[in-house]
Design a protein around this ligand. Structure first.
Ligand code: GAF
Length: 460
């Protein structure tokens, strides 16, 4: 009897111990679960902060069939030979490169003081140059082989033909008017960027020419100032009232990273792109619509009109960057339907740019891709800067397995789309687009993969 009771007490104790143990295990699981939820929520609420950003991931081992060789060593030495044919032999030649750019998201937000999220790409402009003894600047281009641009630094620099020369004239004129003394230069502009492809060949030309002139004058200026000078050159000499995105990314890009830029105060936050998981694919529609420039001017005016209306209710508003969606909705009845849609795009796109940077930082590619598609739809329907070719390319891209997202990129009305893809789906995407786009529009798209490259630099 005594033994049975002792055995029962022991069993009872064992059961109690088991119970306490299971409760402890349950508690531990619940605590781990709650910790995970907390970390996830706090991560998604956090804006990307600079200390979160790791150094550039190594991209040097990445090779792909669709990766084009944008101006390798041998091409540069060929261009040096070409330079010698055009300008004769002489002192040591210098070479300066400036990349093109692709904007991942944040379109038509830069001139609204908003956020953009571009990266520099492999196609680039390389300037081969040498100083002259006189005050003459003489420039040739591989894209326009029979034309020279020539002007004196001692006279007022005016706009003139050929049109591409105004980027060169503008940069020299604005540098000089900023009190920067320049000396004469012979230069050859070599371009592996498609002109009119929406990949910012203009900014690449401006920045590489500015850096060449500065280098030969023995000077250098900091990136933001250089970007602002180049933007002014484009506005005043090419007569394009562009925002600051292109010149900023061309000067300040970092290898392996995209750049979230605040276009109001020029704060930059860099987000590494994980090369093992992600490919950035660019598809050039090979379409350049002429109405691009005039429509761009009109969009800027419509945004200003929206701000003027919103300001009446909220006097602190300076730009659409300061406006919430609630304020846009509340002002709907006081603005034209077009201005309302323009404002709605810019306000939503600003938020998408910040959110996309967070998503890429956290490697949430599906969600980043969804934001890209929303951006495209908004540019197509609300901002009306897309065209049938770009819409078709985005639509077809999204049909291919392994594509996270796609959207038109740049000013619009032609140019390129950008897609984020799983590495294994790139080949299938290229094949699909060549087949379907050619069948529909009777022209071949140009599909290529690019890594994120560094901003403009002196090569030698
Ligand atoms: C063009 C402009 F040059 C940029 O400043 C920007 O406004 C872009 O269109 C649209 O996002 O590239």
């Amino acid at each position: 009897m005594k033994e049975t009771r002792a055995a029962e007490t022991l069993r009872h104790r064992d059961r109690r111990r088991e119970f306490v143990l299971s409760v402890c295990i349950c508690f531990t699981f619940v605590a781990i679960f709650l910790l995970c939820v907390f970390l996830r929520v706090s991560a998604s609420l956090r804006l990307p902060s600079p200390q979160l950003f790791s150094p550039p991931t190594s991209l040097t081992t990445f090779h792909h069939a669709l990766r084009v060789n944008h101006m390798a060593e041998d091409a540069i030495s060929q261009n040096k030979e070409r330079f010698a044919q055009l300008f004769g032999s002489g002192d040591k030649l210098r070479t300066i490169r400036a990349p093109g750019r692709v904007n991942l998201i944040g379109e038509h937000t830069d001139y609204n003081d908003g956020f953009v999220f571009p990266m520099a790409i492999e196609p680039q402009v390389v300037v081969v140059c040498r100083s002259r003894k006189d005050e003459i600047v003489k420039v040739a281009s591989t894209v326009f082989p029979n034309e020279f641009v020539e002007f004196s630094l001692q006279k007022k620099i005016e706009r003139a033909k050929p049109a591409w020369g105004n980027y060169v004239r503008g940069v020299a004129a604005i540098l000089m008017s900023a009190g920067i003394p320049l000396s004469g230069m012979d230069a050859l502009i070599c371009n592996s960027l498609p002109v009119g492809g929406g990949l910012s060949s203009s900014a690449a030309i401006e920045v590489s020419i500015a850096k060449s002139l500065l280098l030969l004058a023995g000077l250098s200026i900091e990136n933001d100032r250089l970007a602002l000078i180049c933007q002014k050159a484009e506005q005043e000499y090419a007569l394009v009232p562009c925002g600051i995105m292109d010149q900023m990314i061309v000067t300040a890009a970092k290898s392996g990273q995209a750049m979230l830029l605040d276009c109001r105060d020029f704060t930059k936050q860099y987000v590494p792109l994980e090369p093992k998981e992600l490919r950035v694919v660019i598809v050039n529609s090979m379409v350049k619509h002429n109405l691009g420039d005039s429509e761009y001017v009109m969009r800027r005016r419509q945004c200003e009109e929206g701000v003027a209306i919103l300001k009446r209710e909220h006097p602190t508003i300076k730009a659409l960057r300061d406006v919430t969606m609630k304020q846009v909705e509340a002002a709907k009845g006081r603005m034209s339907e077009i201005v309302y849609r323009r404002c709605r795009h810019v306000v939503a796109e600003n938020l998408r740019a910040i959110e996309m940077a967070q998503k890429l930082l956290m490697q949430h590619y599906d969600e980043a891709g969804e934001l890209m598609v929303k951006s495209h739809n908004s540019l197509r329907d609300d901002y009306e800067v897309s065209c049938p070719e770009l819409d078709f390319l985005v639509e077809q891209t999204m049909k291919v397995k392994g594509i996270y997202g796609a959207r038109m990129t740049g000013g619009g009305f032609g140019g390129s789309i950008v897609a984020l893809a799983r590495p294994r789906s790139v080949e299938a995407l290229s094949e699909h687009l060549h087949k379907t786009y050619t069948a529909k529009f009777d022209r071949q798209p140009n599909v290529f993969v690019t890594t994120a490259t560094a901003g403009a630099s002196v090569l030698e």
